[in-house]
Structure formats: structure tokens, C-alpha cells
Design a protein around this ligand. Structure first.
Ligand SMILES: *Cc1c(COP(=O)(O)O)cnc(C)c1O
Length: 316
């Protein structure tokens, strides 16, 4: 059930075929950045599903969530709160509080941001929710990044859409690559793969987290979502690559920047520094390192359009 989307049929986003073909691999890009809700991206898909849940309970009047100033998740939540006349409170770490496009948009959407040191975030969230309840409000909490089973569901559905695309185009993707952050997107795709008994290799390129933690979270999310007990069945499906993290969240190399600029110039494909640029660069390196030639590849462009504009001058 889609309470928030006006989309009806066909694919939910355009699929872009690239001329760029490293190692003779044929790359298609699933343009989730163009998903038509709140400036798109994987957070738009996830947030939509949370709102399907929220809008069924008419007594909910406030949404509380968490994220930094570069959080695409906070922007999509703030946008849908504005659209559906709900109060929005964003708890945000004061260590990462730049005036990004996402932050400016959150203000336009009327969200209230509560800043605190990162170490106090869980406490402040608890207090915020408690105070709202005391004042007669009925808040709904969404984990940072839209993490959780509803977020996972968004990309299980995307997996089914990918199967439809394969059928329509009479192709089989050998690999699906995407940026992996909290691991929810990857967990959704892998859950879809397991449920449908497919063989495609799903490769999450980590943009911040390292192994084993980053990978363990994906395993746990799939386990929670599919309500499976053993991890052995899940384990073999999860390829979590942390070799292109660089020095952490938001840190990028000159090589990454060059490739991003090249993709923008040659393909008109915008990639942001923090997520999709890092993942796309990681994918191309991985194809070479793993000697992958002549395969069908799908890159899921997970979004970040406002972030792209924040960093634009670094490209020229
Ligand atoms: C949040 C985000 C990701 C990571 O998604 P997860 O589901 O948290 O792994 C990737 N790309 C973009 C643009 C994002 O905003």
C-alpha cells in the first residue's frame, strides 16, 4: 500500500545505460536519486514506508528522528512531515552541524532541530519523546538513516522491481553494486535475493563502517527482517567491501573526485562525495581487483542530490 506516492505503474525510476564500460562490463544505473519524493534517494523510499505506517494512526502528531547535517534521511522525513502536517523534531550531533542544503531544506519544511554532543544523542532522544508525551503529544520515532524492518522492506521491494526489469529487458544482472551505510539498503536487497532464490552478486561498498561491525549489522538486519535464526544461510550472500572507505565518513580521494567529474562530463551522471561517488569509485576499483570482465552490472544510485550541490565547487 502506498499512501504517499502518486506513482502508478512502470518502473519507479529511470534506468540509465552508461557508455562508460570498465573492463568491458556493461553498466546500468538505477536512478533512485530521481525517485519523485522529497529529492529522491534511498531515504525517500524508506521514509515513504515509515509514513505508510504513521498515516494509519491518526493520533500520531509528531515524528522524532536523528541524523547529522548531511543526513538525507532527515530531509526526507522533514519533507513528508511538512506534506502531511506533522511536527518534526530532528536530534542532531553538534559535531557535524554545517549549514548544508539538507539543513536549509529542513528549515523550509518547518522541522525543529535539537543539537547535542554525539555522546548524549540517545539520552536527548529519550527525553524529547518523554517530554512530548507529558505535554499530551503522540510521537513516532524513526531510527537514524531509516534503519529497521520498514527500511529494509523498501529495498526488498526494489529487488522485486529489478527482477521485473531483468524480465522486460531479457537480461540477467551478474552484479548489483550500491553504497552501504547503515546497511539497511543492502539488507533489503539481500532479503529479496534470498526470498526469491536468485543468484545475483550483491556488493555493498561501505562508505564509512569497517568490518566486522558494518557487515555484522547487515547480517543482523536480514535475520530480523526474514525472522531467521541461523546466520549461516545469510552469511554467504553478504559481500560488504570496506576497502574504499578511505579515512571515514565524507573523506574522499583525488582519484574518486576525478572519476566523479568524468561521469558528470561524459554521462551527465551526478555523484556526491559522501555516498554515491565513493561507491561508484569503489565499484570500478573492485571490478579491476576482482578481474571481473564482460558482465552485466546494475549500480543503484542511492541519491543525495542536495549533497551533490554542496560539494559542486570541489569538482571544477
Ligand atoms: C543513507 C545513504 C546511503 C546508505 O544507505 P544505508 O541503507 O544506510 O546503507 C547510501 N547513499 C545515500 C545517498 C544515502 O543517503
Amino acid at each position: 500500500m502506498k499512501l504517499t506516492s502518486d506513482f502508478i505503474s512502470g518502473y519507479s525510476v529511470p534506468i540509465q545505460k552508461l557508455r562508460f564500460s570498465p573492463n568491458n562490463n556493461s553498466i546500468k544505473v538505477m536512478r533512485d536519486d530521481l525517485y519523485p519524493v522529497a529529492f529522491g534517494g534511498n531515504k525517500a523510499r524508506k521514509t515513504e514506508i515509515f509514513f505508510d505506517d504513521i498515516l494509519q494512526d491518526k493520533s500520531i502528531d509528531t515524528v522524532v528522528t536523528y541524523g547529522s547535517s548531511s543526513s538525507n534521511h532527515c530531509r526526507t522525513v522533514a519533507c513528508l512531515c511538512s506534506k502531511f502536517h506533522l511536527d518534526c523534531i530532528i536530534v542532531s550531533p553538534s559535531e557535524q552541524s554545517e549549514n548544508t542544503s539538507n539543513v536549509k531544506l529542513n528549515k523550509i519544511f518547518g522541522a525543529k532541530t535539537v543539537e547535542c554532543p554525539v555522546s548524549e544523542v540517545s539520552l536527548v532522544i529519550e527525553q524529547t519523546i518523554e517530554n512530548l508525551r507529558k505535554s499530551g503529544k503522540n510521537p513516532y520515532f524513526i531510527y537514524g538513516g531509516g534503519h529497521g524492518n520498514l527500511g529494509t522492506l523498501a529495498y526488498e521491494r526494489v529487488f522485486d522491481e529489478i527482477l521485473k526489469i531483468e524480465k522486460d529487458l531479457s537480461i540477467k544482472f551478474d552484479y548489483i553494486f550500491h553504497a552501504s551505510g547503515t546497511g539497511t539498503t543492502q539488507a533489503g536487497l539481500v532479503s529479496g535475493k534470498i526470498k526469491r532464490k536468485e543468484n545475483v552478486n550483491i556488493v555493498g561498498i561501505s562508505i564509512a563502517r569497517r568490518k566486522p561491525y558494518g557487515r555484522d549489522v547487515v547480517v543482523q538486519s536480514v535475520k530480523d527482517f526474514l525472522k531467521l535464526d541461523g546466520v549461516s544461510e545469510i552469511d554467504k550472500h553478504i559481500v560488504f567491501v570496506d576497502d574504499y572507505v578511505n579515512d571515514g565518513y565524507g573523506v574522499y580521494s583525488q582519484e574518486q573526485l576525478l572519476l566523479m567529474t568524468k561521469m558528470l562530463q561524459q554521462e551527465g551522471l551526478p555523484l556526491d562525495h559522501t555516498y554515491t561517488g565513493k561507491a561508484f569509485y569503489g565499484m570500478v576499483e573492485y571490478l579491476t581487483r576482482e578481474k571481473i570482465y564482460g558482465k552485466n552490472i546494475l549500480f543503484i544510485h542511492t541519491g543525495g542530490t542536495p549533497l551533490f550541490y554542496d560539494d559542486l565547487e570541489k569538482m571544477v
